[in-house]
Every structure is written in C-alpha cells, then in structure tokens.
Design a binder for this molecule. Structure first.
Ligand code: VGL
Ligand code: ZN
Length: 212
C-alpha cells in the first residue's frame, strides 16, 4: 500500500537512542540499521515527533533497583508485572542521547517518557500503569494529525505499545517494519505483531512512503 504524507500525517520516531543501539546498555540487535530509513522518512514528513526514554537513576524498571533482580526477569509493581532491564537511558547520559547519525533537528516535539521513578512507560501515549497519560494524543489531535507512521526501537516494546495505544486514541496507525528493530524476548515480537494487527495497525515498509 503506497502512502504520500500530507499535513495530517505525523512521523513518530521512538527511542532512537544510543543505549538501544549496538554498544549501548540495552542494545537492540541491529538497532542502528533503521537510522537511514528513518532519516529518509524525516525528509518526507511535515510533522516529526521523537520520543526519548528518559529514566532517573534508580528507576523501578532497572534490575539493579530490586534485590535479586535480574535483567530480562520480571517483578510485580503496584500496576502489575514489569520486565526488568539493565540500567539504560539515564537522564543526561550519552546513552540517553539520540543516535549520532539520526537527523532529528526537524522534530517539532521531543516527548520524554519513563521519568517517574515508580512507573515505566513503553508507550508514547500512556505509562505502564495504563492510567498516566503523556499528553501526546492531545498534542497530535490539537494539531490536526490523524494518521501516524511508527518507526524506531523497539518494535515489540515501545514502538508496539505506542502503535496499539495510538489506535485506542483513534488515530490511523501504520508501522513501517524496516524502520524498526525488535528486542524479541521469549516470542515478544510475534506477540506484539499479533496484538498490533488485532488493534488495526497497518503493517507496511518505508519504501511504500514517497513524496507527492
Ligand atoms: C524500551 C525497554 C525499556 C523501548 C524502553 O524503547 O522499547 N524497552 N525501555
Ligand atoms: Zn526504558
């Protein structure tokens, strides 16, 4: 399916940060490989929004914050089960900066998330407690965006949860698969794809997007 971006479309670039790229604290396999596709897309969209995972040190999603906690294990928090991660994207660190090759200067909004010590936030729209909103839906709606094109890291966590919540907020949502990479923990990529399809997310590729 071919797409031509209009003023009603927004490109959402999720967590394209050093810590999610090879050499980073929570490296997504081949995470940096989607940068060229995303850079091309940034050139095609009038509206570009970036998200930035932005945790205080000692964040509750870090295994190191829990006695006996192991990275990629899990813990029960007040809002339910939370996967534990290596310390990553700590506010102000190099790991939290955008990948140096990402051409991000055009972005109209950088939305930070995961800054509350006790609540993780995969989705760009709401935190993992499924109650606390980030404000992104209101921002996009007030500015006339109706269709979102999702890219970045990681397909099965922050990109996938954002795509599904974008549908719940009644946006059309297109996932550009080659402009994303997955962590794929215990089948999480297949599960995320299934959930996205059930939510009505359209699966496509960046070469389906071209200028008018
Ligand atoms: C992410 C795990 C922890 C992501 C962020 O960007 O997908 N995953 N924090
Ligand atoms: Zn995180």
């Amino acid at each position: 399916m071919a797409f031509t971006p209009t003023d009603k479309d927004a490109l959402v670039v999720v967590d394209m940060q050093n810590d999610f790229c090879p050499g980073g604290a929570l490296a997504v396999p081949d995470g940096d490989a989607c940068v060229p596709a995303i850079n091309r897309l940034i050139g095609l969209f009038d509206h570009v929004v970036l998200t930035q995972d932005w945790h205080p040190s000692g964040h509750s999603s870090f295994a190191s914050s829990h006695a006996g906690g192991e990275p990629f294990g899990a813990v029960e928090l007040a809002y339910g089960t939370q996967v534990l991660w290596p310390d990553h994207c700590v506010q102000g660190t190099t790991g939290a900066e955008f990948h140096p090759d990402l051409k991000w200067t055009k972005a109209e909004l950088v939305l930070r998330k995961g800054f509350r010590a006790g609540i993780d936030s995969y989705s760009a729209f709401q935190e993992n407690d499924k109650q606390t909103k980030t404000g992104l839906a209101g921002y996009l709606k007030e500015r006339g965006s109706t269709r979102l094109f999702m890219t970045g890291l990681a397909t099965d966590f922050c990109v996938g949860w954002s795509a599904i919540d974008g549908r719940a907020e009644e946006f059309e949502v297109v996932l550009l698969e080659d402009a994303c990479r997955a962590i794929d923990l215990d089948g999480s990529l297949a599960a995320a794809k299934q959930s996205m399809l059930e939510a009505g997310v359209i699966m496509s590729a960046s070469d389906e997007v071209s200028p008018a």
